[in-house]
Design a protein around this ligand. Structure first.
Ligand SMILES: CC(C)(COP(=O)(O)OP(=O)(O)OC[C@H]1O[C@@H](n2cnc3c(N)ncnc32)[C@H](O)[C@@H]1OP(=O)(O)O)[C@@H](O)C(=O)NCCC(=O)NCCS
Length: 404
């Protein structure tokens, strides 16, 4: 198979649950783990050593061989590389992840590449999918378990940016230390960054010469997040040609000469019977993945809301992430007596008053500008060709089967 044929595809649970993973490897080295109790604590030493002769580990020696979608990983999701076998697809490589919700970490529960195609960068590409999932789900770390004798895998994880985060000397049997197969835990931290300030990031109006770069940043922020691919970059493009768009209130966040965040303000309406009131909405507010979690979104929002207030607008209503916007003062619209155009309320339908009573004193229905709804798939596909878009990939957090 040529490299381009090693396409990474989702492995749906219905089809792949229970599939054996032939987790075989041979190693000449191991990490010798020594734990010593001392008067004032403990010392743990982990040093690479040589086996007398190469050792092979294979699935048949274990009571619980690796399988996809084991019942205890309730929210697992897997991707893999497949080959056409005797009338059915055969697994050539896979990665399985499962969120540990209470600690907000993403676990890599399986990673395997068939011996015939190792050292061709396939595990690296599979891990890139797990890293993308961690970004999309705002996980604070990716964690995994490996063994002290799996030196090749440990080297791979180190290359991928994983660090040692712990060990367990009796995970598999009580004599794991003597058997030289000790559980090693490794972790990867997607966003370990300093909070940004107005000194490190400039928040300003967008220049005409930057349109394409802004759209590229928007694509980077939304790609594969809610759908396969995204269409928010086309939305920004079309907004600029729409009379409801407010460039004087919209902002970009700039680091050096890079656009790292965007907020686009648009006029919207509240409607109550025959009466209407002009308010604002925005969409999208976004930050490119590498800069997420540093406070850029908050800076953009604060700056843009201040200018909106100075321009005399009383309130803003949006459809957005229910976990994010309340931190910046947004409340669900039922608290203002406002519903969607078809009379609904839900957690992601939120608003903020810039002038007290500007929303609650009017109530009524929120009328979203039509430009938000007019994003035909064919137009988006043609428009997206102007960008270096990453591969489309299915992720568990996506809303639906829709491909943009
Ligand atoms: C570990 C494993 C998943 C790596 O898969 P892979 O597709 O061969 O890895 P990649 O080609 O993406 O490796 C990228 C880099 O990681 C490092 N690396 C990967 N495997 C390595 C090994 N056995 N020894 C040393 N370094 C290794 C190398 O730096 C490599 O780059 P290079 O080949 O240009 O030097 C694969 O060996 C495997 O399936 N092993 C058996 C199952 C297993 O142990 N899984 C992990 C369970 S915890």
């Amino acid at each position: 198979m040529a490299e381009k044929d090693y396409e990474i595809v989702p492995l749906p649970k219905e089809q792949w649950q229970g599939t054996n993973i032939p987790m075989r490897y041979t190693t000449e080295e191991y990490y010798d783990v020594k734990i010593a109790e001392e008067s004032d604590g403990y010392t743990i030493k982990i040093h690479k050593s040589q086996f007398e002769s190469p050792v092979t580990h294979y699935p048949e020696e274990y009571d619980f061989p690796d399988k996809l979608y084991q019942p205890h990983w309730e929210k697992a999701y897997a991707w893999g590389v497949l080959k056409d076998g005797d009338g059915k697809k055969e697994l050539l490589a896979c990665i399985e992840t499962c969120p540990e919700e209470w600690s907000n970490r993403l676990m890599v529960t399986e990673l395997w590449v068939h011996e015939s195609i190792r050292r061709q960068g396939i595990a690296h590409r599979l891990m890139a999918v797990a890293k993308e999932q961690a970004y999309l789900e705002h996980r604070r770390a990716i964690i995994l378990e490996t063994q002290s004798c799996n030196v090749g895998a440990i080297r791979f994880y180190q290359k991928e940016g994983f660090e040692l985060i712990g060990m367990d000397s009796c995970c598999y049997r009580n004599n794991d230390l003597e058997r030289r197969e000790v559980r090693i835990n490794m972790g990867y931290f997607p966003r370990r960054k300093q909070k940004v300030t107005k000194e490190t990031i400039a928040i300003r109006k967008e220049k005409e010469t930057e349109y394409h770069r802004t759209e590229e940043a928007v694509l980077g922020a939304f790609w594969n997040k809610h759908h396969l691919g995204c269409n928010e970059h086309l939305l920004v493009h079309k907004l600029r040609q729409n009379s409801a768009y407010l460039p004087e209130l919209s902002r970009v966040a700039v680091a050096g000469d890079q656009i790292v965040g965007v907020i686009c303000f648009v006029r919207a309406l509240l409607k109550k019977g025959e009466k209407t009131k002009e308010i604002l909405t925005f969409g999208p507010l976004c930050v490119v993945p590498k800069w997420q979690g540093c406070g850029v979104g908050g800076l953009l929002l604060k700056e843009a809301l201040t200018s909106a207030k100075e321009a005399g607008y009383g309130g803003v209503i949006i459809f957005g992430e229910p976990d994010y916007y309340p931190r910046h003062g947004f409340k669900t619209c039922d608290q203002f007596g406002i519903t969607t155009e078809d009379g609904k309320n839900f957690d992601s339908f939120m608003g903020i008053e810039l002038i007290e009573g500007a929303l609650s004193g009017f109530g009524g229905k929120f009328i979203e500008p039509e430009v938000f709804l007019d994003l035909p798939k064919e137009e988006n596909a043609a428009f997206t060709k102007q960008f270096h878009a990453p591969a489309k990939q299915r992720f568990p957090g996506q809303w639906d089967e829709i491909e943009c």
